[in-house]
Design a protein around this ligand. Structure first.
Ligand code: NAD
Length: 440
Protein backbone atom coordinates (compact mmCIF):
# COMPACT_ATOMS: atom_id res chain seq x y z
CA UNK A 1 0.00 0.00 0.00
CA UNK A 2 1.60 3.27 -1.03
CA UNK A 3 -0.73 6.24 -1.26
CA UNK A 4 0.78 9.53 -2.27
CA UNK A 5 0.49 11.86 0.68
CA UNK A 6 0.80 14.91 -1.53
CA UNK A 7 -2.72 14.39 -2.87
CA UNK A 8 -4.25 14.86 0.58
CA UNK A 9 -5.73 18.12 1.87
CA UNK A 10 -3.80 19.53 4.85
CA UNK A 11 -6.16 18.25 7.58
CA UNK A 12 -6.24 14.73 6.11
CA UNK A 13 -2.50 14.82 5.58
CA UNK A 14 -1.85 15.83 9.19
CA UNK A 15 -4.07 12.99 10.44
CA UNK A 16 -2.32 10.45 8.21
CA UNK A 17 1.18 11.77 9.00
CA UNK A 18 0.38 11.51 12.72
CA UNK A 19 -0.84 7.93 12.29
CA UNK A 20 2.30 6.97 10.39
CA UNK A 21 4.58 8.60 12.98
CA UNK A 22 3.28 6.05 15.49
CA UNK A 23 4.63 3.22 13.35
CA UNK A 24 8.20 2.02 13.70
CA UNK A 25 9.51 0.31 10.57
CA UNK A 26 11.16 -3.05 11.11
CA UNK A 27 9.84 -3.72 14.62
CA UNK A 28 8.35 -7.12 15.30
CA UNK A 29 4.62 -6.39 15.86
CA UNK A 30 4.43 -9.37 18.20
CA UNK A 31 7.51 -8.19 20.12
CA UNK A 32 7.09 -7.97 23.89
CA UNK A 33 7.20 -4.68 25.73
CA UNK A 34 9.21 -4.15 28.88
CA UNK A 35 7.16 -3.58 32.05
CA UNK A 36 6.71 0.09 32.84
CA UNK A 37 5.01 0.67 36.18
CA UNK A 38 7.36 3.09 37.92
CA UNK A 39 9.43 6.02 36.73
CA UNK A 40 12.39 7.89 38.17
CA UNK A 41 13.30 11.43 37.15
CA UNK A 42 16.61 13.13 37.83
CA UNK A 43 16.33 16.91 38.20
CA UNK A 44 13.27 18.83 39.40
CA UNK A 45 13.85 21.89 37.20
CA UNK A 46 11.72 23.21 34.36
CA UNK A 47 11.69 19.91 32.53
CA UNK A 48 11.91 17.37 35.36
CA UNK A 49 8.79 18.73 37.10
CA UNK A 50 6.80 18.91 33.87
CA UNK A 51 7.85 15.41 32.84
CA UNK A 52 6.84 14.06 36.27
CA UNK A 53 3.35 15.51 35.82
CA UNK A 54 2.76 13.37 32.73
CA UNK A 55 3.25 10.18 34.71
CA UNK A 56 1.45 11.28 37.89
CA UNK A 57 -1.52 12.31 35.72
CA UNK A 58 -1.53 8.93 33.97
CA UNK A 59 -1.50 7.10 37.33
CA UNK A 60 2.14 5.97 37.14
CA UNK A 61 4.20 6.51 40.31
CA UNK A 62 7.24 8.78 40.01
CA UNK A 63 10.35 9.34 42.14
CA UNK A 64 12.18 12.65 41.58
CA UNK A 65 15.82 12.96 42.61
CA UNK A 66 17.61 16.27 43.15
CA UNK A 67 20.93 17.31 44.63
CA UNK A 68 19.55 20.02 46.90
CA UNK A 69 16.50 20.03 49.17
CA UNK A 70 15.46 23.55 48.13
CA UNK A 71 15.53 22.63 44.43
CA UNK A 72 13.37 19.63 45.22
CA UNK A 73 10.88 21.70 47.19
CA UNK A 74 10.75 24.41 44.54
CA UNK A 75 10.17 21.81 41.82
CA UNK A 76 7.37 20.07 43.72
CA UNK A 77 5.74 23.40 44.60
CA UNK A 78 5.66 24.27 40.88
CA UNK A 79 4.05 20.93 40.06
CA UNK A 80 1.40 21.44 42.75
CA UNK A 81 0.74 25.02 41.56
CA UNK A 82 0.29 23.82 37.96
CA UNK A 83 -2.15 21.13 39.07
CA UNK A 84 -4.08 23.64 41.22
CA UNK A 85 -4.32 26.11 38.36
CA UNK A 86 -5.76 23.40 36.12
CA UNK A 87 -8.24 22.30 38.81
CA UNK A 88 -9.24 25.96 39.34
CA UNK A 89 -10.00 26.17 35.65
CA UNK A 90 -12.29 23.16 36.05
CA UNK A 91 -10.16 20.70 34.08
CA UNK A 92 -10.43 18.10 36.87
CA UNK A 93 -11.89 17.98 40.42
CA UNK A 94 -9.85 19.69 43.20
CA UNK A 95 -9.28 16.38 45.02
CA UNK A 96 -7.35 15.14 41.97
CA UNK A 97 -4.55 17.60 42.84
CA UNK A 98 -3.48 15.75 45.98
CA UNK A 99 -4.17 12.33 44.42
CA UNK A 100 -1.70 13.17 41.67
CA UNK A 101 0.81 14.72 44.07
CA UNK A 102 0.66 11.53 46.17
CA UNK A 103 2.05 9.60 43.17
CA UNK A 104 5.21 11.74 43.26
CA UNK A 105 7.87 10.97 45.84
CA UNK A 106 11.19 12.73 46.25
CA UNK A 107 14.74 11.93 47.24
CA UNK A 108 18.23 13.41 47.38
CA UNK A 109 19.82 10.01 46.62
CA UNK A 110 20.13 8.37 43.21
CA UNK A 111 19.82 5.04 45.04
CA UNK A 112 16.08 5.78 45.34
CA UNK A 113 15.86 4.92 41.62
CA UNK A 114 17.11 1.35 42.03
CA UNK A 115 13.73 -0.31 41.44
CA UNK A 116 12.38 1.96 38.66
CA UNK A 117 11.39 0.50 35.28
CA UNK A 118 12.36 3.74 33.54
CA UNK A 119 14.68 6.55 34.62
CA UNK A 120 14.63 9.89 32.79
CA UNK A 121 17.57 12.21 33.34
CA UNK A 122 16.68 15.94 33.13
CA UNK A 123 19.70 17.74 34.64
CA UNK A 124 21.62 20.65 33.07
CA UNK A 125 22.55 20.34 29.40
CA UNK A 126 26.15 19.25 30.04
CA UNK A 127 27.57 16.10 28.46
CA UNK A 128 30.13 15.36 31.20
CA UNK A 129 27.50 15.70 33.93
CA UNK A 130 25.09 13.45 32.04
CA UNK A 131 27.80 10.82 31.48
CA UNK A 132 28.69 10.85 35.17
CA UNK A 133 25.04 10.34 36.09
CA UNK A 134 24.58 7.48 33.61
CA UNK A 135 27.73 5.77 34.94
CA UNK A 136 26.24 5.95 38.42
CA UNK A 137 22.82 4.76 37.23
CA UNK A 138 24.50 1.74 35.66
CA UNK A 139 25.64 0.67 39.12
CA UNK A 140 22.33 1.44 40.84
CA UNK A 141 19.31 0.73 38.63
CA UNK A 142 17.98 -2.82 38.25
CA UNK A 143 18.82 -4.80 35.09
CA UNK A 144 16.30 -4.39 32.26
CA UNK A 145 15.28 -0.86 33.22
CA UNK A 146 15.19 1.75 30.45
CA UNK A 147 17.66 4.58 30.96
CA UNK A 148 16.59 7.76 29.16
CA UNK A 149 17.96 11.25 28.71
CA UNK A 150 15.92 14.37 28.04
CA UNK A 151 18.83 16.13 26.36
CA UNK A 152 17.78 18.72 23.75
CA UNK A 153 20.73 18.16 21.46
CA UNK A 154 23.61 16.16 22.97
CA UNK A 155 25.05 12.89 21.65
CA UNK A 156 22.91 10.08 23.11
CA UNK A 157 25.50 7.50 21.96
CA UNK A 158 28.15 9.23 24.06
CA UNK A 159 25.79 9.21 27.06
CA UNK A 160 24.99 5.51 26.47
CA UNK A 161 28.70 4.70 26.30
CA UNK A 162 29.06 5.76 29.94
CA UNK A 163 27.08 2.62 30.88
CA UNK A 164 27.74 -1.06 30.43
CA UNK A 165 24.24 -1.45 28.94
CA UNK A 166 23.92 0.92 25.96
CA UNK A 167 21.13 -1.33 24.60
CA UNK A 168 18.88 0.02 27.38
CA UNK A 169 19.62 3.70 26.69
CA UNK A 170 17.35 5.99 24.66
CA UNK A 171 16.55 9.70 24.32
CA UNK A 172 13.13 10.88 25.45
CA UNK A 173 13.08 14.49 24.34
CA UNK A 174 10.10 16.23 25.91
CA UNK A 175 9.26 19.82 24.94
CA UNK A 176 8.63 22.73 27.28
CA UNK A 177 6.22 23.00 29.05
CA UNK A 178 6.54 19.21 29.27
CA UNK A 179 3.12 18.72 30.85
CA UNK A 180 1.47 20.56 27.95
CA UNK A 181 3.44 20.04 24.74
CA UNK A 182 2.28 17.02 22.76
CA UNK A 183 5.52 16.16 21.02
CA UNK A 184 7.98 13.55 22.25
CA UNK A 185 11.06 12.95 20.11
CA UNK A 186 12.21 9.41 20.86
CA UNK A 187 15.90 9.23 20.04
CA UNK A 188 17.07 5.82 18.91
CA UNK A 189 20.78 5.49 19.62
CA UNK A 190 23.27 3.16 17.94
CA UNK A 191 22.73 0.26 20.35
CA UNK A 192 19.15 0.88 21.55
CA UNK A 193 17.28 -2.41 21.55
CA UNK A 194 13.98 -2.86 19.66
CA UNK A 195 11.97 -3.53 22.81
CA UNK A 196 13.25 -0.28 24.36
CA UNK A 197 12.02 1.60 21.27
CA UNK A 198 8.67 -0.25 21.28
CA UNK A 199 8.15 0.31 25.01
CA UNK A 200 8.95 4.03 24.64
CA UNK A 201 6.49 4.42 21.75
CA UNK A 202 3.83 2.67 23.82
CA UNK A 203 4.62 4.82 26.83
CA UNK A 204 4.10 7.97 24.74
CA UNK A 205 0.62 6.76 23.93
CA UNK A 206 -0.10 6.04 27.62
CA UNK A 207 0.81 9.59 28.64
CA UNK A 208 -0.99 11.21 25.69
CA UNK A 209 2.05 12.29 23.69
CA UNK A 210 2.65 12.17 19.95
CA UNK A 211 5.94 10.35 19.54
CA UNK A 212 8.30 10.67 16.59
CA UNK A 213 11.28 8.34 16.33
CA UNK A 214 14.51 10.16 15.38
CA UNK A 215 18.21 9.41 15.15
CA UNK A 216 21.21 10.81 16.98
CA UNK A 217 22.45 14.11 15.54
CA UNK A 218 22.90 17.55 17.06
CA UNK A 219 19.43 18.82 17.98
CA UNK A 220 17.72 15.72 16.51
CA UNK A 221 14.99 16.75 14.04
CA UNK A 222 13.23 19.73 15.62
CA UNK A 223 16.04 21.71 17.20
CA UNK A 224 18.37 20.97 14.30
CA UNK A 225 15.96 22.63 11.86
CA UNK A 226 15.25 25.39 14.36
CA UNK A 227 18.98 26.16 14.57
CA UNK A 228 19.14 26.46 10.78
CA UNK A 229 16.20 28.87 10.84
CA UNK A 230 17.71 30.86 13.72
CA UNK A 231 20.97 31.30 11.85
CA UNK A 232 19.17 32.91 8.93
CA UNK A 233 16.95 35.01 11.21
CA UNK A 234 20.09 36.40 12.87
CA UNK A 235 21.55 37.20 9.47
CA UNK A 236 18.46 39.32 8.83
CA UNK A 237 19.22 41.27 12.02
CA UNK A 238 22.68 41.87 10.54
CA UNK A 239 20.95 43.27 7.45
CA UNK A 240 19.17 45.83 9.66
CA UNK A 241 15.80 44.13 10.14
CA UNK A 242 14.20 44.34 13.58
CA UNK A 243 13.28 41.21 15.59
CA UNK A 244 9.60 42.26 15.56
CA UNK A 245 9.59 42.56 11.76
CA UNK A 246 10.82 38.98 11.52
CA UNK A 247 8.38 37.71 14.16
CA UNK A 248 5.49 39.51 12.47
CA UNK A 249 6.25 37.81 9.15
CA UNK A 250 6.43 34.37 10.77
CA UNK A 251 3.23 34.94 12.75
CA UNK A 252 1.60 36.21 9.55
CA UNK A 253 2.53 32.89 7.95
CA UNK A 254 0.55 31.22 10.75
CA UNK A 255 3.08 30.26 13.43
CA UNK A 256 1.94 30.88 17.00
CA UNK A 257 5.10 32.90 17.61
CA UNK A 258 8.16 34.13 15.81
CA UNK A 259 11.78 33.17 16.53
CA UNK A 260 12.50 36.11 18.85
CA UNK A 261 9.26 35.78 20.79
CA UNK A 262 10.24 32.13 21.23
CA UNK A 263 13.76 33.04 22.41
CA UNK A 264 12.35 35.49 24.95
CA UNK A 265 9.97 32.82 26.24
CA UNK A 266 12.62 30.09 26.49
CA UNK A 267 15.25 32.42 27.97
CA UNK A 268 18.19 33.94 26.11
CA UNK A 269 20.67 32.63 28.66
CA UNK A 270 20.34 28.92 27.81
CA UNK A 271 23.94 27.90 27.16
CA UNK A 272 25.21 31.39 28.07
CA UNK A 273 27.22 32.51 31.09
CA UNK A 274 28.61 35.92 31.97
CA UNK A 275 31.49 36.90 29.69
CA UNK A 276 30.78 33.99 27.31
CA UNK A 277 31.07 34.32 23.55
CA UNK A 278 28.47 31.91 22.21
CA UNK A 279 28.77 32.72 18.51
CA UNK A 280 25.64 34.89 18.73
CA UNK A 281 26.96 38.33 19.73
CA UNK A 282 23.51 39.95 19.84
CA UNK A 283 22.23 37.40 22.32
CA UNK A 284 25.46 37.72 24.36
CA UNK A 285 25.13 41.52 24.52
CA UNK A 286 21.46 41.34 25.58
CA UNK A 287 22.28 38.80 28.30
CA UNK A 288 25.13 40.97 29.60
CA UNK A 289 22.50 43.70 30.13
CA UNK A 290 20.41 41.15 32.03
CA UNK A 291 17.92 41.12 29.16
CA UNK A 292 17.46 37.36 29.36
CA UNK A 293 13.90 37.14 28.13
CA UNK A 294 10.45 37.18 29.69
CA UNK A 295 11.74 35.93 33.04
CA UNK A 296 13.81 39.11 33.52
CA UNK A 297 11.11 41.34 32.01
CA UNK A 298 13.27 42.12 28.97
CA UNK A 299 14.95 40.38 26.07
CA UNK A 300 14.56 41.13 22.38
CA UNK A 301 11.34 42.84 23.54
CA UNK A 302 10.38 44.83 26.64
CA UNK A 303 7.66 43.34 28.85
CA UNK A 304 5.31 45.19 31.17
CA UNK A 305 4.04 43.81 34.49
CA UNK A 306 1.35 41.83 32.66
CA UNK A 307 4.03 40.29 30.38
CA UNK A 308 2.69 42.25 27.42
CA UNK A 309 5.29 42.47 24.71
CA UNK A 310 6.55 45.79 23.33
CA UNK A 311 9.24 46.46 20.71
CA UNK A 312 12.32 47.60 22.61
CA UNK A 313 14.39 50.68 21.84
CA UNK A 314 17.18 49.31 24.02
CA UNK A 315 17.29 46.00 22.14
CA UNK A 316 17.17 47.89 18.82
CA UNK A 317 20.15 50.01 19.92
CA UNK A 318 22.10 46.94 21.10
CA UNK A 319 21.46 45.21 17.77
CA UNK A 320 22.59 48.30 15.86
CA UNK A 321 25.77 48.52 17.95
CA UNK A 322 26.61 44.86 17.37
CA UNK A 323 25.71 44.70 13.68
CA UNK A 324 26.56 48.23 12.56
CA UNK A 325 23.60 47.86 10.18
CA UNK A 326 21.31 50.72 9.21
CA UNK A 327 17.59 49.98 9.73
CA UNK A 328 16.19 48.10 6.73
CA UNK A 329 13.09 46.19 5.73
CA UNK A 330 12.05 43.30 3.52
CA UNK A 331 8.59 42.20 2.39
CA UNK A 332 7.07 39.64 4.78
CA UNK A 333 6.98 37.00 1.99
CA UNK A 334 10.71 37.31 1.52
CA UNK A 335 11.38 37.01 5.24
CA UNK A 336 9.30 33.82 5.30
CA UNK A 337 11.10 32.48 2.24
CA UNK A 338 14.51 33.14 3.79
CA UNK A 339 13.53 31.38 7.01
CA UNK A 340 11.73 28.44 5.43
CA UNK A 341 14.51 27.66 2.94
CA UNK A 342 17.10 26.60 5.54
CA UNK A 343 14.48 24.47 7.31
CA UNK A 344 13.61 22.63 4.13
CA UNK A 345 17.27 22.12 3.31
CA UNK A 346 18.00 20.81 6.79
CA UNK A 347 15.01 18.46 6.58
CA UNK A 348 16.49 16.95 3.40
CA UNK A 349 19.86 16.51 5.10
CA UNK A 350 18.19 14.80 8.05
CA UNK A 351 16.58 12.33 5.63
CA UNK A 352 19.80 11.93 3.62
CA UNK A 353 21.65 11.10 6.86
CA UNK A 354 18.90 8.61 7.82
CA UNK A 355 18.03 10.44 11.04
CA UNK A 356 14.25 10.23 10.54
CA UNK A 357 11.98 7.44 9.37
CA UNK A 358 10.06 9.41 6.74
CA UNK A 359 9.43 12.97 5.51
CA UNK A 360 5.99 13.20 7.11
CA UNK A 361 7.53 12.54 10.55
CA UNK A 362 9.39 15.83 10.20
CA UNK A 363 6.07 17.59 9.73
CA UNK A 364 4.66 15.88 12.83
CA UNK A 365 7.62 17.22 14.82
CA UNK A 366 7.08 20.78 13.63
CA UNK A 367 3.29 20.68 14.02
CA UNK A 368 3.38 19.41 17.60
CA UNK A 369 6.60 20.84 19.00
CA UNK A 370 7.08 24.20 17.29
CA UNK A 371 3.62 25.58 16.49
CA UNK A 372 3.83 25.11 12.71
CA UNK A 373 0.45 26.17 11.28
CA UNK A 374 -1.57 22.96 10.76
CA UNK A 375 -3.37 24.48 7.77
CA UNK A 376 -0.01 24.44 5.98
CA UNK A 377 0.62 20.78 6.78
CA UNK A 378 4.22 21.10 8.02
CA UNK A 379 7.49 22.19 6.38
CA UNK A 380 7.71 19.19 4.01
CA UNK A 381 4.06 19.37 2.95
CA UNK A 382 4.39 23.11 2.43
CA UNK A 383 7.55 22.66 0.35
CA UNK A 384 5.88 19.89 -1.65
CA UNK A 385 3.01 22.22 -2.50
CA UNK A 386 5.41 24.93 -3.67
CA UNK A 387 7.27 22.39 -5.77
CA UNK A 388 10.93 21.42 -5.93
CA UNK A 389 11.71 23.40 -9.10
CA UNK A 390 10.47 26.66 -7.66
CA UNK A 391 12.25 26.16 -4.33
CA UNK A 392 15.48 25.12 -6.02
CA UNK A 393 15.48 28.18 -8.28
CA UNK A 394 14.97 30.52 -5.33
CA UNK A 395 17.57 28.73 -3.19
CA UNK A 396 20.14 29.03 -5.96
CA UNK A 397 19.52 32.79 -6.12
CA UNK A 398 19.90 33.05 -2.35
CA UNK A 399 22.99 30.80 -2.38
CA UNK A 400 24.73 33.25 -4.72
CA UNK A 401 24.57 35.72 -1.82
CA UNK A 402 25.04 33.24 1.08
CA UNK A 403 26.45 29.72 0.61
CA UNK A 404 24.41 28.55 3.64
CA UNK A 405 21.48 28.36 1.21
CA UNK A 406 23.27 25.82 -1.04
CA UNK A 407 20.50 23.36 -1.97
CA UNK A 408 20.56 19.84 -0.54
CA UNK A 409 21.33 17.11 -3.12
CA UNK A 410 17.87 15.57 -2.81
CA UNK A 411 16.12 18.86 -3.54
CA UNK A 412 18.15 19.13 -6.73
CA UNK A 413 17.24 15.56 -7.64
CA UNK A 414 13.51 16.11 -7.05
CA UNK A 415 13.65 19.28 -9.13
CA UNK A 416 15.16 17.45 -12.10
CA UNK A 417 13.58 13.99 -11.78
CA UNK A 418 10.23 14.95 -10.27
CA UNK A 419 8.42 13.14 -7.46
CA UNK A 420 6.81 14.18 -4.22
CA UNK A 421 8.75 15.35 -1.17
CA UNK A 422 6.36 13.34 0.97
CA UNK A 423 6.86 9.98 -0.73
CA UNK A 424 10.67 10.12 -0.59
CA UNK A 425 12.35 7.02 0.79
CA UNK A 426 16.03 7.60 1.43
CA UNK A 427 16.41 4.51 3.59
CA UNK A 428 14.53 5.56 6.73
CA UNK A 429 16.20 5.59 10.12
CA UNK A 430 19.50 3.73 10.24
CA UNK A 431 21.85 2.89 13.05
CA UNK A 432 25.24 1.31 12.50
CA UNK A 433 24.72 1.51 8.70
CA UNK A 434 21.66 -0.75 8.93
CA UNK A 435 18.03 0.11 8.38
CA UNK A 436 16.24 -0.54 11.65
CA UNK A 437 15.01 -4.09 11.99
CA UNK A 438 17.71 -5.35 9.56
CA UNK A 439 20.12 -7.87 10.93
CA UNK A 440 23.65 -8.32 9.67
P1 NAD B 1 16.84 23.36 34.83
O1 NAD B 1 18.08 24.13 35.07
O2 NAD B 1 15.52 24.03 34.96
O3 NAD B 1 16.80 22.07 35.79
C1 NAD B 1 17.89 21.21 35.99
C2 NAD B 1 17.75 20.64 37.38
O4 NAD B 1 18.67 19.57 37.52
C3 NAD B 1 18.06 21.66 38.49
O5 NAD B 1 16.96 21.71 39.37
C4 NAD B 1 19.29 21.06 39.19
O6 NAD B 1 19.30 21.28 40.59
C5 NAD B 1 19.15 19.58 38.85
N1 NAD B 1 20.41 18.85 38.90
C6 NAD B 1 21.62 19.24 38.45
N2 NAD B 1 22.54 18.25 38.68
C7 NAD B 1 21.88 17.24 39.27
C8 NAD B 1 22.26 15.94 39.74
N3 NAD B 1 23.54 15.55 39.66
N4 NAD B 1 21.33 15.16 40.30
C9 NAD B 1 20.04 15.59 40.41
N5 NAD B 1 19.63 16.80 39.98
C10 NAD B 1 20.53 17.60 39.42
O7 NAD B 1 17.00 22.74 33.37
P2 NAD B 1 15.84 22.26 32.37
O8 NAD B 1 15.44 23.43 31.52
O9 NAD B 1 14.82 21.52 33.11
O10 NAD B 1 16.66 21.29 31.42
C11 NAD B 1 16.97 19.96 31.80
C12 NAD B 1 17.33 19.16 30.58
O11 NAD B 1 16.21 19.16 29.69
C13 NAD B 1 18.49 19.69 29.78
O12 NAD B 1 19.22 18.62 29.24
C14 NAD B 1 17.80 20.50 28.69
O13 NAD B 1 18.60 20.63 27.53
C15 NAD B 1 16.60 19.62 28.42
N6 NAD B 1 15.48 20.32 27.80
C16 NAD B 1 15.14 21.56 28.19
C17 NAD B 1 14.06 22.20 27.58
C18 NAD B 1 13.64 23.59 28.00
O14 NAD B 1 12.95 24.26 27.22
N7 NAD B 1 13.99 24.06 29.17
C19 NAD B 1 13.33 21.53 26.58
C20 NAD B 1 13.68 20.22 26.24
C21 NAD B 1 14.77 19.63 26.86
Amino acid sequence: MHNSLSKLAPADYVAEATRRAGQVDGLDPAGRLRPLDSVGIIGAGTMGGGIAMNFATAGIPVVIVETRQEALERGLATVRRNYRNSADKGRFPQEEVEKRMARISASLELEALAGCDLVIEAVYENLDLKKQIFARLDAIVKPGAILATNTSALDVDAIASATGRPEDVIGLHFFSPANVMKLLEIVRAEHTQDDVVATSMDLARRIGKIAVLVGVCHGFVGNRMLAARREQANKLLFKGLAPWDIDEAIVGFGFKMGPYQMSDLAGLDIGWSSGAKTGNPIRDALCELDRRGQKTGAGYYDYDAGRNRLPSEVAARVIREVTGAEPASLPAEEIVERLMAPMINEAFRILEENKAQRPSDIDVVWLNGYGFPPGRGGPMYYADQLGAARILARMEELAAEDPAFAPAATLRRLATEGGSFLDLDLGGLRTGGKRQGETA
